[in-house]
Design a protein around this ligand. Structure first.
Ligand SMILES: Cc1cc2nc3c(=O)[nH]c(=O)nc-3n(C[C@H](O)[C@H](O)[C@H](O)COP(=O)(O)OP(=O)(O)OC[C@H]3O[C@@H](n4cnc5c(N)ncnc54)[C@H](O)[C@@H]3O)c2cc1C
Length: 326
């Protein structure tokens, strides 16, 4: 990668290919702008994530999504028509899940967008009415405008010098972490028959999802995903993966009064920024004073996929108003 500015100068560069970044990119692209998304993760979708390992598939981030606002309901309806989402019922309420996996909803949203995964933006420099996006190797792109969608602490770090007001807004958001343990078995585990994930109001476990029972899932996907509560995850944040996985599986066995078979696959993921517990609602202004930078992400509005989507739309709308993008 060159340290000279690349030739391409995008109308808009977006950091993050999670739901917020994809929402902003879709609307900007539809208005005819040249848009580039950079994401440090290997795969599209951010926390709308799916892990494949040893032949098993795990919904290891968001489990389902709900849609209330018209803009998001319309997109969900289009995704259902495209078989990227299907209807589900959670606690008697209408919900959706990605098809065949959660990440496929993000893949649907990202269709035809220009996205580079595995590119971590380490800093943004303002120069001559342009923004230069740096990675550890050098400048990766130039853009007229930017929307940042990483979790609030990471957005704040990128904007501390460049847009201190936005960094301060991001400082106001807080999260609960989530340890997610994943187990694959060579036979169906003896879990109660339930059409939806098991949810627990108290104790270490918040949710247990037997993947074979998810709508659209392979019935031979003997995979179990256990998500710990925010409180327990915070108390055990620095525990090892092995310790955490063992504890959560033993806890679930005890809660359900069943003996689990020995897993043939075990994995654990620590989401440091899983669920927004306090959104940055102190302001409705999501753009910097220069009008060229905006912030988005679930942490701007609330702890759900829908909030992330709406924040992306809102950030682009405000950026357009601030700088006559279209
Ligand atoms: C365990 C868990 C369970 C959940 N359950 C649900 C649920 O059931 N229903 C629901 O609606 N929501 C749920 N959520 C929340 C939901 O996943 C989020 O609200 C939503 O996905 C957030 O989208 P986002 O685009 O704001 O952020 P993210 O998905 O976090 O996307 C931000 C992206 O920015 C990228 N990034 C960060 N820093 C950089 C950088 N410097 N350079 C380049 N890229 C960078 C990251 O790689 C990431 O892909 C859950 C979340 C977790 C973790």
């Amino acid at each position: 990668m060159s340290s000279n500015p690349p030739d391409v100068d995008y109308d808009l560069a977006i950091i993050g290919s999670g739901i917020a970044g994809l929402a902003a990119a879709r609307v900007a692209t539809a208005k005819g702008l040249s848009v580039k998304i950079f994401d440090k993760g290997r795969r599209i979708g951010g926390r709308a994530a799916t892990r494949r390992a040893n032949g098993f598939t795990f919904t290891h981030g968001a489990q389902f999504l709900t849609a209330r606002a018209d803009e998001f309901r319309d997109v969900c309806a289009a995704a259902v028509a495209d078989s990227a989402l299907t209807n589900w019922q959670i606690g008697g309420k209408a919900a959706f899940i990605g098809q065949p996996t959660m990440r496929d909803f993000a893949v649907f949203l990202g269709r035809d967008l220009d996205i580079s995964q595995s590119v971590e933006i380490t800093s943004i420099e303002a120069a001559d009415n342009h923004l230069k996006f740096h990675t550890a190797e050098g400048i990766v792109a130039c853009g007229k405008r930017a929307i940042l969608t990483p979790p609030a602490p990471q957005t704040a770090a990128l904007l501390r010098q460049l847009a201190p007001t936005l960094a301060t807004i991001a400082d106001g958001a807080s999260y609960a972490p989530c340890w997610t343990a994943m187990f694959g078995f060579d036979e169906a585990p003896p879990l109660p028959v339930s059409p939806e994930p098991l949810q627990f109001d108290e104790g270490p476990i918040a949710l247990a999802n037997y993947e074979a029972r998810r709508p659209g899932s392979d019935r031979a996907n003997f995979a179990l995903t256990i998500q710990a509560s925010g409180e327990w995850s915070a108390q055990h944040l620095e525990d090892t993966s092995e310790q955490t996985g063992r504890t959560l599986l033993a806890e679930l066995s005890s809660l359900l009064g069943v003996k689990m078979p020995t897993p043939i696959y075990e994995g654990c993921h620590r989401w440091r920024y899983a669920k927004v517990t306090k959104p940055a609602t102190s302001t409705t202004k999501l753009t910097s004073e220069c009008g060229r930078i905006a912030i988005a992400g679930d942490w701007v509005i609330g702890p759900r996929i829908e909030a992330a989507f709406l924040s992306g739309l809102k950030a682009f709308e405000q950026l357009s108003e601030a700088s006559e993008l279209d």
